[in-house]
Design a protein. Structure first.
Length: 181
């Protein structure tokens, strides 16, 4: 179990946060050839190519947040569904539901209410379609608070929303006037 957790953290580190290690192999949309990544992974953990391939596929398939995706086209490629600090994926614009949710902590609430929601080190603000998912995000950093975003109103006012492959809603910024506690 610990080994699989280490493998998963390594994948996140490379595909979501520190692509400079493999940047010559990564395209502008964050894709890396799966055969290259598998060899890189096998070398890093001193395992066979077959074992590395099995572990990578297991991580992609079982990741509860669906953070990774493997292409259907040949040659197969792998990427993170959101690039975070690494790359900026061209997501398709979509019409959001009336409300979306963001999980944070009580420590950041006053700043968010005053300054709005900013992407910080990410390329977008990440929003959830349900309160429970947002609460889980907020719990990672302390006492959680779920804030409601008037997404439909924002869209009507000209803000663009995007939907990632793993159903995370993305927006560049959420002004405080669209935030409800």
């Amino acid at each position: 179990m610990k080994r699989l957790e280490n493998f998963s953290r390594f994948m996140s580190y490379i595909l979501r946060h520190n692509s400079h290690i493999v940047e010559k192999e990564m395209d502008k949309q964050g894709w890396i050839r799966l055969d290259f990544f598998t060899k890189f992974f096998a070398h890093r953990y001193d395992v066979s190519i077959e074992e590395a391939e099995k572990e990578i596929n297991s991580i992609v398939k079982n990741d509860e947040k669906g953070r990774y995706q493997i292409s259907d086209s040949l040659p197969k490629k792998i990427r993170a569904c959101q690039g975070h600090s690494v790359i900026k994926i061209d997501f398709k614009e979509a019409d959001p539901p009336e409300f979306l949710y963001h999980g944070t902590t009580i420590d950041f609430l006053n700043s968010i209410l005053e300054n709005g929601l900013k992407p910080m080190s990410r390329h977008h603000v990440h929003l959830s379609v349900d309160k429970e998912s947002a609460k889980k995000v907020g719990q990672r950093y302390g006492k959680p608070v779920v804030i409601t975003i008037q997404a439909k109103k924002m869209k009507e006012d000209g803000y663009k929303f995007f939907l990632s492959e793993n159903n995370i809603w993305l927006v560049d910024f959420v002004p405080s006037k669209y935030i409800m506690v």
